[in-house]
Design a binder for this molecule. Structure first.
Ligand SMILES: Nc1nc2c(ncn2[C@@H]2O[C@H](COP(=O)(O)OP(=O)(O)OP(=O)(O)O)[C@@H](O)[C@H]2O)c(=O)[nH]1
Ligand SMILES: [Mg+2]
Length: 297
């Protein structure tokens, strides 16, 4: 008997959840590339980051987002706007809940849209702890709960099929060879931020933003990248640079390796540290240097 080919599905899937729930890890796992930075610290992601997942009969446009929280300063307010923009675009919402610290009360954000829950980090909790959380989600009207580990990949294929099945029938939006839409310099700045998040304690990472000021290909030589790390005060600048510049040098080495792996070619990375007094409270600065720059807002 003749079987009709399945319809082509395409649309936006917003990945939302509390800080540190594993949203970026899930994005990377789903698309099979490391495009969103991941660190053990909450509030790592500041932008809406698109990852494009192409299949024979679908194109899933996955949007990683910052963690949901009550904004306390301008940067967090603009992070919240990024979540709202992703939700406005979303055909499907993928709500990520950290099984090691479950919170199930962000459901109003789903606004009646097709949604699934990923109960993540199941590798890190005993099985019997998972059922009450799944039950709480079910009681709240969310019946599609996938128990996954983004770290090991456990359950991720089921989740992938589940969300793709909810996408509307539509033709693809992007060419099939595209993985993301932001320029290389965006990812370069993010990888520098990742190195900073991983190397320093609580204060420095949150007081830092990175901007790539120059990215130049040179004939017969490594690409030249010059980036500025902005901090909020002089004291942070001293900590970041460290004695004799040793801390900054280490950050540069780690970031350069990550950038080379991402780009697949060697680069020369130059880092500068500048003070932009209290920039996290300065909406104009943030719009220009964190979201609205040529890095792609
Ligand atoms: N054990 C375990 N750890 C995980 C899993 N998924 C993510 N993590 C870890 O959780 C931490 C946070 O992961 P991220 O992917 O950065 O979390 P996020 O939700 O994007 O965080 P924000 O961007 O800060 O909102 C990292 O240390 C990850 O390695 C998992 O399935 N199991
Ligand atoms: Mg993240």
């Amino acid at each position: 008997m003749h079987k009709e080919s399945p319809p082509f599905r395409s649309g936006y899937i917003a990945i939302i959840g509390r800080p540190n729930a594993g949203k970026s890890t899930i994005l990377n796992r789903l698309i099979g590339h490391r495009i969103a930075i991941v660190t053990p610290k909450p509030q790592t992601t500041r932008h809406r980051i698109l990852g494009i997942l192409n299949g024979p009969d679908y194109q899933a446009l996955l949007l990683d987002t910052p963690g949901i929280l009550d904004p306390k300063y301008a940067l967090q307010r603009l992070m919240k706007e990024e979540i709202e923009r992703a939700l406005n675009d979303a055909d499907v919402v993928l709500m990520v809940i950290d099984a090691t610290a479950p919170v199930c009360d962000d459901l109003s954000l789903l606004r009646g849209r097709p949604a699934v829950v990923a109960l993540n980090k199941i590798d890190a909790v005993p099985r019997q702890n998972l059922l009450p959380v799944a039950q709480a989600c079910a009681n709240a009207g969310l019946d599609k709960v996938y128990m996954i580990s983004a770290l090991t990949g456990d359950g991720v294929d089921d989740l992938k099929n589940g969300v793709i099945g909810l996408l509307p029938e539509a033709p693809p939006f992007y060419p099939p060879d595209m993985v993301s839409e932001r320029p290389e310099r965006f990812f370069v700045a993010e990888l520098i931020r990742e190195a900073i998040f991983n190397r320093y304690g609580a204060e420095i990472p949150y007081s830092t933003t990175v901007q790539v000021e120059e990215f130049r290909e040179r004939p017969n030589r490594k690409d030249y990248i010059r980036a500025v790390i902005y901090v909020e005060k002089e004291s942070q600048k001293s900590i970041l640079i460290g004695e004799g510049g040793r801390s900054l040098k280490k950050v540069g080495e780690i970031a350069r390796e990550a950038i080379e792996q991402f780009l697949g070619r060697p680069v020369y990375l130059e880092l500068w540290v500048k003070v932009a007094k209290g920039w996290r409270q300065n909406e104009g600065f943030i719009r220009q240097n964190v979201y609205g720059s040529p890095l792609g807002g």
